[in-house]
Design a protein around this ligand. Structure first.
Ligand SMILES: NC(=O)c1ccc[n+]([C@@H]2O[C@H](COP(=O)([O-])OP(=O)(O)OC[C@H]3O[C@@H](n4cnc5c(N)ncnc54)[C@H](OP(=O)(O)O)[C@@H]3O)[C@@H](O)[C@H]2O)c1
Length: 351
């Protein structure tokens, strides 16, 4: 009986930095790969900053290499032996992306194959300067490439996106860009159970942290801005849908210039999250009033640095649905996730 050909997969952001644990997205993606029907044909490698976690990763079948994303030679070397790289660490790390591309180019030259690069960006690339004070009518579709191409290089994540597309154009790699929106929900994966994955997202937990610190729910401006949302489990299946389609070959799904995949299953008014959190905190005796009050400029800088929390980012994830991505969590799951997020943060603060 012949041994199946192995697919070598290198995942960044499954790594763990200061906290020495896998990332929220990266850990969920690795967990989804481990339960993939073809997982016995995968050889998954992740960078680990902390040597003591190596054995835990090995115990679930992931090869852990000690290093970090600023070890550019290590990134190049690991990419040069990979058929697929899933970049889930930092959407804005241009140097890490370049180091990985050097390795993938080598892989192409040595094997005459065209490896796959799946990059994590975010719908933060679409943001405006609303500061919470209006809802925009501009809704981007990931099928409308001309409009995406009109985004200036100064938008968040855009510089790395452009480099990713340029690499695909050179022909030695096929690139796919995944742009999750507000990811929510506490990850519940085998890596979380092992204690090696960060189970928490960023945006909503930061809003809760800020509100707890000031003992009062807060809102950015008038809270009128809109964002899309996607549950962490649906985010993981989005990566797998793109991975599976990319593995079919160049015709499997769009790559390079057209290879944008938004992650969205509904949208919310950001102020509505603030309103619900304020009410929940008030009921839990953690907030002075059930109505959110406006964050000061100082609070905005401290907790949200940048303009994203008050911005609009409106997106329709049409391309991934064409290849069968079928997200199951609607905005109702987002509302249901808020109380458990508060409770989890309070528990972390008490431990
Ligand atoms: N969460 C969302 O809602 C969302 C939505 C859209 C896009 N994104 C983007 O997706 C990316 C990953 O987000 P996430 O939510 O998964 O964040 P996360 O939980 O903080 O995961 C990122 C992981 O990568 C590690 N990492 C970052 N830079 C590194 C470096 N130089 N060397 C080694 N490890 C490094 C982090 O280590 P540390 O623990 O030390 O930081 C962390 O373990 C970010 O760029 C984010 O902007 C996130």
């Amino acid at each position: 009986m012949s041994t199946p050909t192995r697919t070598h997969i290198f995942v960044t952001g499954a790594t763990g930095g200061l906290r020495s644990i896998a990332g929220y997205i990266g850990g969920s993606v690795v967990s989804a790969l481990l339960s993939h029907p073809k997982s016995d044909t995968f050889h998954i490698t992740a960078l680990i900053r902390s040597p003591e976690k190596v054995a835990l990763f090995n115990s679930v079948g992931v090869t852990a290499v000690v290093g970090n994303n600023s070890d550019l030679d290590t990134l190049t070397s690991l990419a040069s032996t990979a058929d697929v790289v899933l970049a889930c660490a930092n959407a804005d790390d241009l140097y890490a992306a370049r180091a990985i591309f050097l390795g993938l180019k080598k892989r192409h030259e040595e094997t005459n194959t065209v490896p796959i690069f799946i990059h994590t960006s975010g719908t933060g690339v679409l943001i405006d300067d609303a500061a919470g004070n209006y809802a925009t009518d501009s809704i981007y579709s990931d099928l409308d490439i001309a409009t995406i191409e009109s985004l200036p290089k100064t938008q968040p994540h855009r510089e790395v996106e452009l480099e990713v597309i340029a690499a695909d154009k050179e022909g030695y790699v096929r690139t796919y860009i995944i742009l999750p929106s507000t990811i929510y929900g506490i990850a519940n994966t085998p890596l979380v159970s092992l204690g090696v994955q960060n189970p928490y997202s960023r945006q909503i937990p930061r809003l809760i942290e800020a509100s707890l610190d000031r003992k009062q729910g807060g809102v950015v401006g008038e809270g009128l801005n809109l964002w899309p949302n996607v549950h962490i489990d649906d985010t993981a299946t989005l990566y797998i849908s793109v991975f599976d389609a990319a593995m079919k070959g160049p015709g499997g799904t769009a790559h390079g210039r057209e290879g944008y995949y938004f992650g969205e299953n509904g949208e919310h008014r950001v102020g509505e999250i603030s309103e619900i959190l304020a009410k929940l905190l008030y009921d839990m005796k953690r907030g002075k009033s059930p109505e959110p009050t406006v964050f000061t400029i100082e609070e905005m800088q401290k907790y949200f640095g940048g303009r994203w929390m008050g911005s609009n980012s409106r997106a329709m994830a049409e391309r991934a649905r064409l290849i069968g991505w079928n997200p199951v969590h609607t905005v109702d799951s987002l509302w249901a996730s808020l109380k458990p997020e508060i409770e989890a943060i309070l528990e972390r603060r008490n431990t």
